[in-house]
Design a protein around this ligand. Structure first.
Ligand code: SAM
Length: 324
């Protein structure tokens, strides 16, 4: 009988994330013509999960678009624990800027890192699907027995974030430019790592890269009743949120960057994004998609997730400071 290790369980959270995204997309919350290519068995999620997925995606896409549309040279994106993230394909096909294709021209290279077990599946899916593979240049090649995919502007790399020195070697071998404007993205990933491991990553970025932004999506507030319930539910599925206790509140998410000397860092919860950032039309449109009876639960859940962004740039400080 197969034994499911703790790592298998953490890798399984990628399927959860992809299914949630596919659910929100199929109900019309937002567009992503590629996500269904990564889902074997679609599941309809509850209205609060669909809403949460939409608002998270909206917030992160907004930050990514702002980053790519900055003046200056072409830009890199590095996604840590990318899973089946489809953002590269959405940027390439102009979905992020409503078909103008301006952002696609701004992209120097998009790197993705995840466990080899995940990247193997992703690389296989990309290779198999014409809709995906045809977006890469003709010299795109699969390496390391299917763990890595390398093309001119898209690289999928198998690696363990807890072994950062190996992962970095792989990134640099794949062409990471240490001075190009670079956005690091981490969606629901740092929470599974020990604070020592995420600090190592952030410290390396701070010491080595000259022009960087970081966008983070994390769960917060493990201490209140709702937070405790969420953690209990995950524990019952053997999912351990190792990273939540060291960064329990918005201020800690900001300070993990500020303490390293980043120019600015801002963290807001999903309620704030819903109330202050989403435009009214989008809220009306979203409200018509599904009836939301659990309004109180929605508010509680949204208080337990945050988006943080931080910048640190030697050459383009002004441009970077406009990301918000
Ligand atoms: N970022 C994707 C998203 O938002 O759809 C996937 C999120 S999923 C909840 C967490 C991902 O982090 C999984 O794909 C998992 O394999 C990856 N991950 C967790 N720990 C990792 C590690 N030590 N090294 C590499 N990847 C890791």
């Amino acid at each position: 009988e197969e034994i499911e290790t703790n790592e298998d369980i953490i890798r399984g959270t990628n399927d959860d994330a992809t299914i949630s995204r596919a659910s929100a997309v199929s109900l019309g919350y937002f567009q992503d013509p590629f996500v269904h290519l990564f889902v074997k068995k679609p599941v309809r999620r509850s209205p609060i999960i669909n809403r949460g997925t939409f608002i998270r995606s909206y917030a992160i896409d907004t930050l990514v678009s702002q980053f790519l549309s900055m003046a200056g040279p072409k830009k890199q994106i590095v996604t840590l624990g990318a899973g089946f993230d489809t953002r590269y394909f959405n940027i390439k096909t102009g979905l992020l800027d409503k078909g103008q294709d301006k952002l696609a021209c701004q992209l120097l290279k998009y790197f993705e890192i995840d466990f080899p077990e995940i990247t193997m599946k992703k690389v296989m899916a990309v290779k198999k699907r014409k809709e995906l593979f045809s977006l890469l240049d003709e010299n795109a090649k699969v390496e390391r027995g299917g763990m890595d995919l390398k093309s001119l502007d898209y690289c999928v790399l198998g690696g363990d974030l807890r072994n950062w020195s190996d992962t970095v070697t792989r990134l640099v071998d794949a062409g990471l430019d240490l001075n190009a404007p670079t956005l690091f993205l981490s969606e629901c990933v740092f929470i599974y790592l020990l604070p020592e491991d995420t600090n190592t990553i952030l410290k390396w970025i701070t010491d080595t890269m000259t022009n960087t932004a970081f966008v983070l999506y994390e769960q917060i507030h493990p201490e209140d009743a709702f937070g405790k319930m969420m953690i209990r539910n995950l524990k019952s599925r053997n999912i351990d949120l190792k990273g939540i206790y060291a960064f329990p509140d918005l201020i800690h998410q900001e300070n993990r960057f500020k303490d390293l000397g980043w120019q600015s860092a801002t963290a807001v919860d999903i309620n704030t994004i819903h109330d202050k950032c989403l435009d009214r039309q989008e809220i009306t449109r979203m409200a018509r998609l599904e009836i939301l009876d659990e309004l109180e639960e929605w508010r509680l859940l949204s208080a337990h997730y945050c988006v943080a962004w931080a910048v640190r740039s030697n050459d383009y400080a002004q441009e970077f400071s406009r990301i918000r």
